[in-house]
Design a protein around this ligand. Structure first.
Ligand code: AN7
Length: 345
């Protein structure tokens, strides 16, 4: 098997890199596109799951972060910063560590999961919990970038979008063409912007793009920012997406739409993915399947067509949620007869 070289080397001709750009890579990208056998049968569609949790830091963010960090180095930066609901900061911290850059992370106080916080800390980022939400944290990050010697690596940095579009390249290469429908979660909206850009650079066929938001954090569905976003899917707890225009371009040019799903819908989809497909993703990622269920119910999709769902982050990012959703375990004596009895034999 040839070595997968990471997105900068694999897609060099389609990214804004030159011989002067250092390669900073954890061999991100090249993630599995897994056929969802059970869901395809149940829904009468050909459903594929792009498992972005298989990236080195456990989310799709690595695709764009490697390009953003490489460009920051090329431009002489010594420090990077980001605001984050958790995955961006985990990724920024890892790539900054590899590149030898100072990394400053601004997160909403109490607003990110344990796994993501652990990642930022273990890689040596300077983590500040701001007494605000994600949107307020992003404002501070932008102002830091404006007034101090620090590069901003949120997805308002165009290099992030460039790197993230490689996910669409991989999907088109794997399927031999674009899918008919593409369904993904939307928070700050960088990723849907990037996926659409990737498809438009991949050839003539394009999917219909659906962006799924959590009901309590669904500015793109409502058509206006949400001041106090709320959902258990903390990754997408965002009220005023920075890439608003790019997201609207994706859905309008492709003939798609934004839709909102409840937290209960998200958890139902989370269980289906884990229990029927064997895939553990975080709640924000399960929003894509919750969205697909809703689209099928509303008879929006044509039967037999190909659908790709993006599972954006690994389930281990949020172990608290997994345990809260599971039955509690039993502590028993180490006695085979007792164990067998408990197992119903
Ligand atoms: C698992 O980490 O915004 O619409 O600061 O972590 O491109 O924001 C995370 C977003 C979906 C939404 N799924 O993507 C952050 C951050 C997962 C995520 C999204 C995020 P965008």
């Amino acid at each position: 098997m040839p070595l997968w070289r990471g997105v900068i080397e694999e897609y060099r001709d389609r990214l804004p890199v030159t011989d002067a750009t250092p390669i900073v890579t954890l061999q991100e990208g090249g993630t599995p596109l897994i056929h969802a056998d059970a869901l395809s049968g149940r829904l009468g569609l050909d459903v594929w799951l792009k498992y972005e949790g298989a990236n080195p830091t456990g989310s799709f963010k690595d695709r764009g972060m490697c390009v953003a960090i490489a460009k920051a180095m090329e431009e002489g930066a010594t420090a990077v910063c980001c605001a984050s609901t958790g995955n961006t900061s985990a990724s920024a911290a890892a790539y900054a560590a590899r590149a030898g850059l100072r990394c400053i992370v601004l997160v909403p106080a109490g607003g990110i999961t344990m796994g993501k916080l652990a990642q930022a800390l273990v890689h040596g980022a300077e983590v500040l919990e701001l007494e605000t939400n994600f949107d307020g944290s992003l404002t501070v990050a932008r102002e830091l970038n404006g007034g101090y010697p620090v590069a901003l690596v949120n997805s308002v940095n165009p290099y992030r979008i460039e790197g993230q579009k490689t996910c669409a390249f991989e999907i088109v290469e794997s399927l031999g063409r674009a899918p008919d429908y593409h369904v993904m979660p939307v928070g700050n909206a960088g990723n849907i912007t990037a996926q659409w850009k990737g498809y438009t650079e991949s050839g003539p066929d394009r999917p219909v793009m659906y962006g799924v938001q959590a009901e309590g954090a669904s500015p793109l569905v409502r058509g206006e920012p949400v001041a106090d976003p709320s959902t258990l899917a903390s990754a997408i707890r965002i009220g005023n997406p920075a890439s608003w225009e790019g997201a609207v371009k994706a859905t309008s040019e492709s003939g798609g739409a934004f839709l909102a799903v409840s937290d209960a819908d998200i958890l139902e989809a989370y269980h289906v993915l884990a229990e029927e497909e064997g895939l553990f993703c975080e709640p924000a990622s399960a929003a894509s399947l919750a969205g697909l269920f809703k689209l099928v119910e509303a008879e929006e999709l044509e039967g037999g067509k190909t659908v790709v769902l993006i599972l954006t982050g690994h389930g281990l990012k949020d172990p608290d949620r997994a345990l809260a959703e599971a039955p509690s375990t039993k502590r028993v004596p180490a006695d085979t007869e007792t164990v067998a009895h408990l197992l119903g034999w």
